[in-house]
Write a protein of this length. Structure first.
Length: 120
């Protein structure tokens, strides 16, 4: 169930400056850990908190909770609970899943321009 968003009029993109829509998505994807969380969900589907924490081991639990809430508030991630169960999972919404080609393009760019030494 995707949350409803308030629609705000935004100036159209122009050649004079950065597009507000571009700036908005970079403020979300550019925040530390958000891209890795989205990538983990794209690659592995629904994940429990501990599974996500294991995939992003250098992110503290407190920060992971914050980032998941932010991504949920922005409509990229959905927190799923099950009746009669303590099970909680996180999954991508349609909006989040639509980032697949973007993440693929980032992978291609990284394969070409980032050396293994830079990943140390």
């Amino acid at each position: 169930m995707e949350s409803e968003k308030t629609v705000v009029a935004v100036e159209p993109c122009s050649d004079a400056g950065l597009c507000p829509k571009f700036a908005k998505i970079f403020s979300i994807l550019g925040k530390k850990w958000n891209g890795l969380i989205i990538e983990a969900l794209l690659k592995n589907g629904n994940q429990r908190f501990k599974e996500l924490a294991a995939m992003v081991p250098t992110c503290s639990d407190r920060v992971l909770v914050e980032r998941l809430r932010e991504l949920e508030n922005e409509g990229f991630v959905e927190r799923v609970t099950y009746p009669h169960s303590a099970l909680i999972e996180y999954r991508l919404t349609d909006r989040g899943a639509s980032l697949q080609p973007v993440m693929g393009a980032i992978h291609e760019w990284a394969d070409q321009w980032i050396t293994p030494e830079e990943c140390q």
